[in-house]
Every structure is written in structure tokens, then in C-alpha cells.
Design a protein around this ligand. Structure first.
Ligand SMILES: C[S@@+](CC[C@H](N)C(=O)[O-])C[C@H]1O[C@@H](n2cnc3c(N)ncnc32)[C@H](O)[C@@H]1O
Length: 367
């Protein structure tokens, strides 16, 4: 099965006779698996276009609609891989081979279709990938909703392309058209963060690139670890900073780090490379058996591109309960307004408030 059965079907909608679903548990029935920006990108394709690379097609709308052209699909999240695969399967289309942004395209692209991500760093990273993996006359079409426009989109594009034009708006969406690349190859520079005597590196687009997130710092400062052997999970681990900080005092623990973002997992792998660290690229805990962990620590996600979705973190917390041993602990930091306590008390035998300030709260939950 492609998508965990816990990721229930929601928001199914039809486009050109095909069915598309979001597979993100969202309870907002108004959300669809594509936007007017995706439709605009699709409408710009000509029958003769071939050798196409797709970037940031979140739920597979573009992949499915041009499946006959066998596009090369660059993916950055496991949730994206699963949603694209599921939507292809829904429409009885053949499976595509995915390409990760740290790998090269199988053949250089003539045309790249890029759905602009919220992260400008990731946008730039994708442009660098296109420059290094395309023919000399490549054309890049970047689709976005007009309300998400920022002048930085243009200035970033101008670093890599001589010609940067903006289309007229259609249904409140626009396209940036990029032509004539400025160089043949670009090397990506990793971001670095200094924290507590350690230098963390991370790929562009990984959560909190300028500094360690303040919520994570709040958790690290209040953690009291009273085990010195056993298994720890850093759930939604980003660059791995929480596991790393724990390992400074408890080096005998076996650490597992899991994140939905491919670039986050590869960043954590760079930061924590010894054999007591195990890295998992996934969107849920299905791979772990019941009672596998002694301790789970997390600063869970709730922002997904331009949306807030509380259903995903709630499922991760429920799964955390299943994966903890009896007596095992979940330590979680959250923004005050999210009110996780109501849910945590439903899942866990005990939920203790460890610390709070105006913005954040740390809970320790015991199974
Ligand atoms: C608030 S950030 C915390 C990152 C890291 N722990 C830190 O302190 O920098 C949340 C992380 O959750 C990841 N994420 C989003 N959805 C996820 C899912 N379904 N499963 C696991 N990780 C997920 C994001 O990629 C992001 O790295």
C-alpha cells in the first residue's frame, strides 16, 4: 500500500476527468490537490514539448496530467512521493521514478516546470539543480499564486538566468519565465548554524536556517533525561539538533532521527554520522514496532507550505504513544496556541507541564 491507512482520503476533486486527493489529513474541505498556478503551468505546455523536469509538484497534479510525456519528477518529501504515487495509481497511470534534489537528472531537461515553494531558499536550490541538469537552451516556467509573490523571486531568478519575464495573471496565478542560463553548473553552499559549541550544517530549505529554532531551544533547555541506555527517537528531527544536544550528555543511547524532508534527513546525516545514529526518511512511525522506544523528543510540524494543519502532528503524537515502552516518555515543545494538552491527556496516562513562557510550552508525557 502506498499511503499509510492512517492517512485517510480527503478532499477528492476532479480535473479533466482525473481524480486528485491531497493525502494530508486536512479537515479543510475547501483545499484541493492543486491551485490555479498548477493549471496555468499545464496550459503553457505545447504538444511538442518533451524532456520535461518537474519540481515541487506536491500532490502529483502535474505529474499525472503529463504522465504521457514521462517527466523526470524531483521530490523533496516522503509525503509528496506517497501522494504523487497514490494519485497516479488513482488514475491508473504508471509509476514515475523519483529523483532527489541531491542527485542528477537522468538526462538534461529542455523544459523545467517548477511550482514555487514557500521557502525562497528551496526555490533557489531548485534553480541551481535546473542549471546543473539542463540543456543550454532550457526554459524554466515557475508558477505561483499572485498573493505569494515576493520581489526576491525575481532577484533570485536573475542570479541564474539572463531573461526573467513575468506573465499576465490568470485566475490570480502568474508564471515567471526564465531563459538563457548564466552558467552551466552551480555548486550548492550548505547553511551553517553555531549552537552550544557545535556547528550544524543544513541544506537550503531545511527548517530554521539562520539559527536553532527558539521552540527547540526551549525544549533543549528544559529536557531532563534520566536514562543512560535504550532507544531515543528525535521525531521531526530537521538537522538533528535535539538528538545531538542529548547525545552530548548521554552518549550510550541509540538514536533514531526521522523527518519527512529528504534534505533534512541528509543534513542530519552529515551532522550525526557515527554508528549510534540511525536516520529515517519518512512521514510516519509505521516502520517501528510497538514499544520500540524508551524516549521520544519532538518539536512537531504544524506549518505545511502556506497552510496550518494540526492533524499531522496529532497523528504523530498518537503513533508516539504506540511506539513507546510502558513507562517510556514523550517530551514535546509546542506553541501555546496549539493546545496539544487536550489531545496528549487522551493518549497518555500522565501529562506534566514542565515549563512555559508566553510563546512555548514543554510537556513530559509518560506511557
Ligand atoms: C518544527 S520543525 C523541527 C525541526 C528540528 N527538530 C529542529 O529543531 O530544528 C518540524 C520538522 O517536521 C518535519 N515534518 C513535517 N511533516 C512531518 C511528518 N509527517 N513526519 C516527520 N517529520 C515531518 C519538517 O520537515 C521539519 O523538519
Amino acid at each position: 500500500m502506498l499511503v499509510s491507512s492512517t492517512y485517510l482520503r480527503s478532499n477528492m476533486a476532479k480535473y479533466n476527468g482525473r481524480n486528485f486527493e491531497r493525502y494530508d489529513l486536512s479537515e479543510d474541505r475547501s483545499l484541493r490537490a492543486w491551485s490555479a498556478a498548477d493549471e496555468y503551468l499545464l496550459s503553457e505546455l505545447k504538444p511538442e514539448d518533451e524532456n520535461i523536469a518537474l519540481y515541487h509538484d506536491r500532490f502529483g497534479f502535474l505529474t499525472a496530467n503529463i504522465a504521457d510525456k514521462k517527466p523526470q519528477v524531483v521530490v523533496s518529501h516522503m509525503s509528496q512521493e506517497r501522494a504523487i504515487s497514490a494519485n497516479l495509481e488513482n488514475n491508473e497511470l504508471t509509476h514515475t521514478q523519483f529523483i532527489y534534489p541531491l542527485d542528477s537528472l537522468i538526462q538534461p531537461a529542455n523544459l523545467a516546470l517548477l511550482k514555487v515553494p514557500k521557502s525562497l531558499e528551496l526555490f533557489e536550490f531548485y534553480l541551481q539543480h535546473i542549471v546543473s541538469n539542463s540543456t543550454s537552451d532550457v526554459v524554466v516556467l515557475c508558477g505561483f499564486m499572485t498573493r505569494h509573490f515576493s520581489p526576491s523571486l525575481v532577484s533570485i531568478a536573475q542570479k541564474y538566468f539572463e531573461v526573467v519575464e513575468q506573465s499576465l495573471a490568470k485566475k490570480k496565478a502568474r508564471i515567471l519565465i526564465l531563459k538563457v542560463k548564466k552558467s552551466k553548473k552551480v555548486t550548492t553552499i550548505l547553511n551553517t548554524i553555531e549552537y552550544n559549541g557545535t556547528t550544524y550544517s543544513q541544506y537550503p530549505g531545511v527548517f530554521s536556517s539562520g539559527h536553532v529554532d527558539f521552540a527547540s531551544q526551549f525544549l533543549i533547555n528544559h529536557l531532563e533525561i534520566d536514562i543512560n541506555e535504550g532507544r531515543v527517537l528525535d521525531l521531526a528531527s530537521g538537522n538533528g539538533v535535539i538528538a545531538s544536544e542529548i547525545s552530548k550528555s548521554e552518549s550510550n543511547l541509540e538514536f533514531h532521527l526521522l523527518d519527512d524532508s529528504y534534505l533534512a534527513v541528509e543534513s542530519a546525516r552529515k551532522n550525526l554520522s557515527t554508528e549510534n545514529f540511525h536516520h529515517h526518511y519518512d512521514q510516519n512511525l509505521a516502520r517501528f514496532e510497538n514499544g520500540f522506544f524508551d524516549l521520544i523528543v519532538t518539536n512537531p510540524p504544524f506549518h505545511f507550505e502556506y497552510e496550518i494543519n494540526i492533524q499531522i502532528p496529532l497523528l504523530l503524537l498518537k503513533e508516539s504513544y504506540r511506539c513507546l515502552k510502558k513507562g517510556g516518555e514523550l517530551w514535546i515543545v509546542a506553541n501555546q496556541h496549539l493546545n496539544y494538552k487536550t489531545h496528549l491527556t487522551k493518549y497518555f496516562e500522565s501529562t506534566e507541564l514542565i515549563s512555559e513562557d508566553k510563546k512555548y510550552v514543554v510537556y513530559k508525557c509518560v506511557k
